[in-house]
Design a binder for this molecule. Structure first.
Ligand code: NDP
Length: 333
């Protein structure tokens, strides 16, 4: 797969425009600061909240969302995905003009047709593969985090060049940028959330229940399964040296146990469940379910969250957290 680097991209298309960042939260703050440090004119559009105060303290001009959309040539919708549609319909749609650029950090609302911008606008995606605080931290260290870039609408003929310039201005091309589509970015993101994390979380909860039933102390179990931070370190090493290669950091007994029992614990037949999860995402069935859940005030989501918070593991893990805080290791070590 081609990787787009700093030297491949011109900043110029973005330097000629005023960028309006809508929302000064995780991504909004990081991207606004990086864009400004790269020489881009940045304006913040926000409701009157703590984010707006912070943006002013950071030296930005802050205006209402509608005003920012009128004044900016390129508009980044960096508010939570769940509220984007409502804000777009109430405050943005009527103010858009041909030739403007609408930028997203996640493809969900465009891909599922919840936001349908007029055809005479460019619609781009610049999606950093990292939480906002690290988008900024890495940039400040002279580096950057990888990002996906995609184009949904190219009304001006410049959409791709603009998306890449944006990625460069936030530091992403210093690490490397991959081109994709709104569909793939959205589907991959949802698949990881629905096909990967639930299996890991359920396995931790079921393992906890089995071990506590078998007489192990709950605190010991939580510490062993993930509380010591060792599990997080394994994931970090998977990214650094490889899913399989990181096994070298563990004993031979551990390696043999993991490799020999893997297929028994999660047989190949489970792929059918993963395919079903992908189908549900691709068909839009999940998006429809989630939209109806939002419209009815989150009854199922609240019940699920309450049940999860009532699980015994929540109490058992407190000791692990206390011990971890004493290791002298920070989140970024
Ligand atoms: P945040 O949760 O940080 O929210 C951003 C800002 O939007 C906050 O200042 C928030 O204000 C404001 N906001 C909340 N509700 C409303 C509303 N109804 N009207 C106007 N403003 C509102 O968002 P993120 O930065 O996490 O996410 C923004 C986008 O970036 C999303 O599309 C997300 O998928 C994507 N993304 C996020 C990543 C991350 O780092 N979290 C990583 C990659 C992509 P307040 O604080 O007052 O609620």
């Amino acid at each position: 797969m081609d990787v787009i680097r700093d030297a491949d991209v011109e900043l110029r298309p973005l330097l000629e425009r005023t960028v309006g960042i809508i929302g000064y939260g995780n991504q909004g703050r990081a991207q606004a600061l990086n864009l400004r440090d790269s020489g881009v004119r940045v304006l913040i559009g926000s409701i009157a909240d703590a984010g707006a105060e912070r943006a002013r303290a950071d030296g930005f001009e802050v205006v209402g969302i509608g005003v920012a959309c009128e004044r900016a040539d390129a508009i980044a919708l960096l508010i939570p995905d769940e509220v984007q549609r409502g804000v777009y319909e109430r405050e943005i749609a009527s103010r858009l003009r041909p030739g403007q650029v609408l930028d997203f950090a996640h493809g969900y609302n465009i891909h599922f047709g919840l936001i349908r911008p007029p055809a005479r606008l460019d619609v781009i995606l610049v999606a950093p593969r990292m939480i906002g605080v690290n988008v900024r931290r890495s940039f400040e260290r002279g580096a950057g985090v990888p990002a996906y870039v995609a184009v949904a609408q190219d009304a001006t003929g410049n959409a791709r060049a603009l998306a890449l310039a944006w990625a460069k201005a936030i530091g992403a091309t210093r690490a490397g940028v991959l081109e994709t589509t709104f569909a793939q970015e959205t589907e991959l993101d949802l698949f990881t959330e629905q096909g990967v994390w639930p299996i890991i979380m359920r396995d931790l909860l079921l393992s906890y229940e089995v071990l506590v039933e078998a007489g192990f102390a709950p605190e010991l179990v939580a510490l062993e399964l993930y509380g010591s931070g060792e599990a997080a370190e394994i994931f970090r090493q998977m990214a650094r040296v490889g899913v399989i290669e990181q096994m070298r950091l563990h004993s031979q007994t551990s390696q043999y146990g993991t490799l020999s029992r893997g297929p028994r614990m999660l047989p190949d037949a489970c792929k059918e469940l993963l395919r079903a999860a992908l189908r549900e995402i691709r068909s839009g069935a999940f998006a429809a379910e989630w939209r109806s859940e939002q419209e009815s005030g989150y009854p199922r989501f609240e019940a699920l969250r309450q049940a999860a918070r009532a699980h015994g593991i929540n109490r058992a893990e407190q000791l692990g957290r206390e011990l971890l805080a004493r290791t002298g290791l920070s989140d970024t070590d």
